[in-house]
Write a protein that binds this ligand. Sequence first.
Ligand code: F6P
Length: 323
Amino acid sequence: MKRIAVLTSGGDAPGMNAAIRAVTRSAIDAGCEVYGVHQGYAGLIEGDFRPLSARSVGGIMQLGGTILGSARSQEFKTEEGRLKAIWELRQKDIEAVVVIGGNGSQAGAYALSQMDFPVVGVASTIDNDLAGSDITIGVDTALNIALESIDRLKTTASSHQRAFLVEVMGRDCGYLALMAGIAGGAEAIIIPEVETKPEQVVQVLRQAYERGKTHALAVVAEGAAYNAAKLAAYFAEHQARIGYELRVSTLGYVQRGGAPMVYDRLLASRLGAAAAEALVRGEKGVLAGMIKGRVVTTPYDRVVGVQKPLDPELFKLAKVLDT
Ligand code: F6P
């Protein structure tokens, strides 16, 4: 293996830069040349590659976002798009690609590897919805940001005797909401994996009010059947029964921005290095992830299209603790 490329794809996640740095430096250490692909798969199709050196990836570990840029490419979902990408890679004598990204990005990587182009993935998404890694790059920082916001919202909620609906990201996965809800001491957690009727949330908030709590907080996953906007619309007609005045706060993209925290820098460094090492020893069509505390590679056919279950024990714990 002499020349490899690295790209970041899909929603950016804090820690992606640490992963780019680790891939680059580990590959160079093993005697490879490294190219950075700009704007994810869109740049792969356009041949937008630039050489990376150990020095050019210096000073990026602490930066949020991705220095390579990211994109969601529709064209790469087509065989024609992927053939163009392979042609561009071969033009530059690039023999393999490292794809740093989440679910959709690793599906694209799998499709590329099925066309006989060597690929290794690095598990990176704030959603934590990717099989093949118990925890993905960006989750810890996104959770810390959500938690800080929840703590802040609780103080203003208490001052005004209000209930808050706090919506967090996560696409179709409730992991961020569940963990932020437990760590933030939420009265209710609404996630896509567990059916929750709006009336149940009204009851929970009402009970908190009757128990004399100065505020109540419901953490809602954006992918829940009743997201914050739908719940708020329902609550508008039931305000009197809830007791508290209600406010809504959608955290959104703020969870994806900012400097990666220590866990994400370490995870990204380990997974990035593991991906480069895997390529060098001839592995391909696998995802580098962390399972049971160990860095491992998992074949894409056991990752892509595989549902990652939420631990039901955590949901039970949340219910016990919210009294
Ligand atoms: O996958 C990461 C994520 O932030 C999801 O939580 C969210 O649903 C989605 O990306 C938003 O996508 P976009 O950046 O394309 O608006």
